[in-house]
Design a protein around this ligand. Sequence first.
Ligand code: SF4
Length: 228
Amino acid sequence: MQTTEAPIEVDDELEFESAEAVLHWALQKFGQDVALATGFGAEGCVLIRMLAGIDTNARIFYLDTDLLFPETYELIKKLEANYGVHFEQRTSRLSVAAQAASYGERLWEREPDVCCQLRKVDPLREMLSGLRAWITAIRREQTPTRAGARVVERDRKFDLIKINPLAAWSRRDVWRYIKEHDVPYNELYDRGYRSIGCQPCTTLVQIDEEERAGRWRGTAKTECGLHQ
Ligand code: SF4
């Protein structure tokens, strides 16, 4: 629940703490008023494992666009069973069919920003309005737009604290952690996907392409609107 207490100062000292230490701090500071947002990418799986090791009641949510890959839905079940956690599902107010009726079929091909707004940004805003802080799995090296991310920062778009425990991690760090701790991950990674979102907007990535090149291929779009 949103409270009226004074806004916390953003703590730069956490910049050099381990991801686990940052999560401990977040849970101590915000309790049930902080939640991890995950799309079940490799980074999200790392944070889910870490959070579950601290408190299986820590809040974790995902934006279910109804357009995720079947492999992602399988992974969700596996992570819940493995770690004893429960993921809060947030959905668009419009079903895919209702969206098609109002905006036309396959909106993601014509106006992906509108589609992301309806299926991701609006449900996220609704979810975040009940929190004081959120935790994300973004890393600075993923895209130029994420390069300036701090471990703890003020999210001016959604008006709360944003915590990015993996901001300084490399892709190699993520996969090392996954292998060392036998963390379940989306099997699509083994088939050449490197960033996995909604099925209609995710394609395979070539070896010489950047990590998120497979998202919204053929358009200038690089983000859903959650981290801008
Ligand atoms: S990623 Fe594609 S399908 Fe998913 S919400 Fe955005 S535009 Fe729509």
